[in-house]
Design a protein around this ligand. Structure first.
Ligand code: AMP
Length: 498
């Protein structure tokens, strides 16, 4: 049977109706597939009763809960466009996002509902209670009739905003369904799978990759409100899959209790959303016997590449392009595709790629090539086996004295030095060089770093123009909710000569 929409994906899930879909822990509720679909039908009636028509936006700014996932299904059932928003958004950010998305309705957490929300609201709190649920309880379980097509817009996701002002990536049923099917197949999802879900729900990783793969495979999610090492130690032994950001894995490795026993039942442990250090990859394998599977994606394109389930998973790479997805690395000046070893801009085309940014048709010409590839803004290189490595964001590339410096290369050299726990390298304005290379370094617990000695050590392994002009020691790097280092913040902090 063909599957082009998320409604079909859910209706065709290969599991019994009474099989668990969400197993809530730490105060979250549990739902079977049948219960989730019925509640989604009830919520769909509630949305309709609150004047939400197909094509209207429904913004959701709530704490993570099982019911928040079901609200996503409810939007799909009436063709409303889900706009997931970070519960940590500030009042001014929220004002901008709501002004841009123009939602007909906001599903909000009563504790978060900022004064900035002057639109119709329904409440959903961290325990899955509130006016949304109260109203839904009075409605019939059979959803109002709505049949999406592959081109129906399913959601609008504001890009994480580590660079520039957030823009709404408009994603269709085809984008999400094609990606869910290919990932579930490539990663071998089956009804017996139980995925430990500790990711936020306002980002593609937790909302689409984890949830849609689970649905496609017919397994269940053990849903926790947030990442917590103690909860992983307790819950992971009964789970077969974990999806996380690199910070999860470094935090687990920092706890001596974490080891083989925790992962005894794991089938695959997946990392994405930010670069996983090759050193973390190796350390994780030594400690647990599990080889982390790293993949690469973004809000605009869902997943593009993945290391294989069967076959070699190479540390420091994000694997080959997924089946049906075309990924190329091109010369930034000429746009000509580069062969293995060439470093250039990563571009992608395929059924997973969104059609454009909300209200920004002006960006279509700059963000897409004439032959229909999306410019990811990431810089990377393929090896001879077709495995992609990401070198950094185009915007993070440093041009110092006319020479290109790729931050990742310097960060790897720094991380390899004794006493360095983490590092980030940025370019800051410099009268002499145009941009100067600046490093921000976190020392390992108990280690004392002499920045002069560290620079001397780097001179042994890096060409002079790559060696940071300044090294700043900090106790922690600024990370956003998905574990990405906020380089824009570092650039502005360290722009002034220290
Ligand atoms: P977002 O749209 O918030 O998911 O951010 C997407 C960006 O995260 C990509 O364009 C990459 O820069 C980065 N990213 C995602 N996965 C990886 C990965 N496995 N390694 C390195 N960077 C990644």
């Amino acid at each position: 049977m063909s599957t082009h929409t998320l409604i079909e994906l859910f209706e065709q899930h290969p599991s019994a109706p009474l099989a668990p879909f969400i197993e809530g822990i730490e105060g979250l509720s549990s739902y079977t597939y049948d219960q989730a679909w019925s509640l989604a039908g009830q919520m769909a009636h509630t949305l309709r009763a609150h004047r939400v028509a197909s094509g209207d936006r429904v913004a959701v700014q709530v704490a993570k809960s099982s019911e928040a996932i079901i609200a996503y299904l409810a939007c799909l059932r009436i063709g409303a466009i889900l706009v997931p928003l970070n519960p940590g958004a500030t009042e001014s950010e929220l004002e901008y996002l709501l002004g841009d998305a123009e939602p007909v309705l906001v599903i909000a957490d009563p504790l978060l509902a900022a004064a900035a929300i002057d639109r119709p609201m329904l409440m959903l709190d961290a325990h899955g209670c509130g006016s949304l649920m109260d109203d839904a309880a009075t409605r019939p379980v059979a959803s109002p009739a709505f049949l999406p097509t592959a081109e129906t817009i399913a959601a609008m996701v504001y890009t994480s905003g580590t660079t520039g002002r957030p823009k709404g990536a408009v994603v269709t049923h085809r984008n999400l369904t094609s990606n869910a099917l290919v990932l579930a197949r490539e990663w071998g999802f089956v009804p017996a799978d139980r995925l430990l879900h500790m990711l936020p729900m306002f980002h593609v990783h937790g909302l689409f990759v984890a949830t849609n793969c689970t649905i496609a495979g017919g397994g269940s999610m053990v849903l926790a409100p947030r990442f917590d090492v103690d909860v992983v130690l307790r819950e992971m032994p009964r789970c077969t899959v974990m999806m996380g950001v690199p910070t999860f894995y470094t935090r687990l490795l920092a706890d001596a209790r974490f080891g083989r026993a925790t992962c005894a039942n794991a089938r695959v442990i997946i990392s994405g959303s930010a670069p996983l250090l090759a050193a973390t990859h190796r350390q994780f394998e030594q400690r647990t016997g599990q080889v982390i599977l790293e993949r690469y994606g973004m809000s605009e394109t869902s997943m593009l590449t993945s290391n294989p389930l069967h076959g070699e998973r190479k540390p420091g790479t994000v694997g080959p392009a997924l089946p049906g997805v075309s990924v190329r690395v091109v010369d930034p000046t000429t746009g000509a595709p580069l062969g293995a070893g060439g470093i250039g801009d990563i571009e992608v085309a395929g059924p997973n790629v969104f059609s454009g940014y909300w209200k920004r048709p002006d960006l279509n010409d700059t963000e897409f090539t004439a032959d229909g590839f999306f410019r990811t803004g990431d810089v990377g290189t393929f090896d001879a086996d077709g495995y992609l490595s990401i070198v950094g964001r185009e915007k993070d590339l440093i041009i110092s004295g006319g020479l290109n410096v790729y931050p990742k290369e310097i960060e790897e050299a720094l991380d390899a030095q004794p006493g360095v726990a983490a590092s980030a390298v940025v370019g800051v304005p410099d009268a002499d060089f145009g941009e100067a290379v600046v490093a921000v370094v976190v020392a390992a617990p108990g280690a004392v770093i002499d920045t002069g000695a560290l620079r001397d050590a780097l001179r042994q392994v890096l060409a002079a123009y790559k060696v940071p002009k300044r090294i700043h020691l900090v106790t922690e790097l600024p990370h956003n909710a998905m574990g990405k280092v906020e380089k824009a913040k570092l650039r502005s902090t360290y722009s002034l000569p220290s």
